[in-house]
Ligand binder design. Structure first.
Ligand code: SF4
Ligand code: SF4
Length: 353
């Protein structure tokens, strides 16, 4: 199929997915506590959090109505934080989710992931895990502000690659300091038998908003896109792809498996630490559509979220005159403020400046 037809097909597919808005992923922001203090953290969480951990019973009660609307095992609950491994009851929460007919996984910095944790979580039915590795040792430890964080994250990777029933990916956030070492990092990951590698860049949200030097320039973004495209084309040893964070224009077909599609509020929902019901957890919290302590989660999912399902309002600012709008629909929801301002240009736009 040529480009014209694949794009047309994709627009039709996106329209249909939006109309159906089947919930596939539900993030649970179970804690704001964290055992690290990363420089780029999107949620700006701290060791002593503003919010107490959400009691598991509250979350479990909130998701009960989903069981009436969706087949057993069709929803993946992604437990994240903060750092989910700081919760002592994580395996018990996971086991109960599995018993209730939800698949579950975690997003972790890997720091507290050891043999005992691994055995406990896998026996509790954990099916997926995402571990962050943000460069080789010096760069990873710099970004994570901890001298042991690389060693610990690599240990976590060694444990998970040897577990065939776990779906996993390694995520690397790229910034000016680690861009040049990506080829070396790739060889390192391959030496550790890693097959799935996802790359993203830093958005100016959370703690990263105070560190503008971590954003890539247009030229650096182009270098990054070239690295991903080249690896995908010529290196079958690893499956590398660019995260769903931004539309990339001419690189779309070369840096990911399918065209950019922000699925926030379409297939992705979340329950945040204070009970707010939203989509991806890094979206501005003012976009929350309800709260589990007042509203029925299923009703909110079915009947609200118009702001994410109808993105015509994004046709403003740089998106207003953009000829890619019909393919992109204003890009990543996490880059918009409730005042309808885009907080950062998309990759496509940044590369052309
Ligand atoms: S400027 Fe807006 S519409 Fe155009 S590609 Fe970027 S995010 Fe998409
Ligand atoms: S809000 Fe961002 S992370 Fe979430 S689906 Fe959209 S682009 Fe992806």
């Amino acid at each position: 199929m040529n480009n014209f037809f694949t794009r047309k097909f994709h627009r039709f597919f996106r329209q249909n997915e939006t109309k159906l808005h089947i919930l596939n992923y539900l993030f649970w922001e179970c804690t704001w506590r964290c055992n690290l203090q990363c420089r780029h953290c999107g949620s700006d969480c701290k060791a002593g959090s503003l919010y107490p951990d959400m009691p598991f019973e509250d979350f479990l009660k909130a998701i009960q109505p989903l069981k009436t609307a969706y087949p057993r095992n069709s929803i993946l609950v992604v437990i994240m934080g903060g750092e989910p491994l700081v919760r002592k009851d994580l395996a018990e929460c996971g086991k109960q989710l599995r018993d209730e007919g939800f698949r579950w996984g975690i997003v972790t910095n890997g720091y507290a992931y050891n043999e005992a944790t691994h055995a406990k979580l896998v026996s509790a039915g954990m099916g997926s895990i995402t571990v962050s590795l943000d460069g080789l040792e010096e760069n990873h430890n710099w970004l994570r502000s901890n001298p042991k964080s690389f060693e610990r994250a690599v240990k976590a990777l060694e444990l998970i690659v040897d577990c065939p029933r776990l779906n996993y990916d390694v995520v690397t956030c790229v910034h000016p300091k680690n861009l040049a070492e990506l080829p070396e990092l790739k060889e390192f990951l391959i030496s550790k038998k890693i097959k799935n590698w996802r790359i993203f860049t830093i958005a100016p949200i959370g703690r990263a908003a105070e560190n503008p030097e971590m954003m890539l320039t247009g030229e650096q973004l182009r270098q990054l896109m070239d690295f991903i495209a080249e690896t995908r084309k010529n290196d079958p040893r690893i499956n590398l792809y660019f995260s769903c964070e931004s539309y990339t224009g001419e690189y779309e077909k070369r840096v990911r498996d399918s065209y950019f599609f922000c699925r926030a509020g379409i297939n992705i929902g979340s329950v945040l630490i204070d009970g707010s019901i939203s989509a991806c957890p890094n979206i501005d919290r003012h976009f929350a559509q309800g709260n589990i302590y007042q509203d029925d989660l299923l009703d909110v999912w079915k009947n609200r979220f118009d702001v994410m399902r109808n993105r015509t309002w994004c046709k403003t600012g740089i998106c207003n005159d953009c000829r890619n709008f019909k393919n992109c629909k204003g890009g990543a929801m996490h880059l918009w403020t409730p005042e309808k301002n885009c907080i950062s240009a998309c990759v496509k736009h940044s590369m052309s400046r």
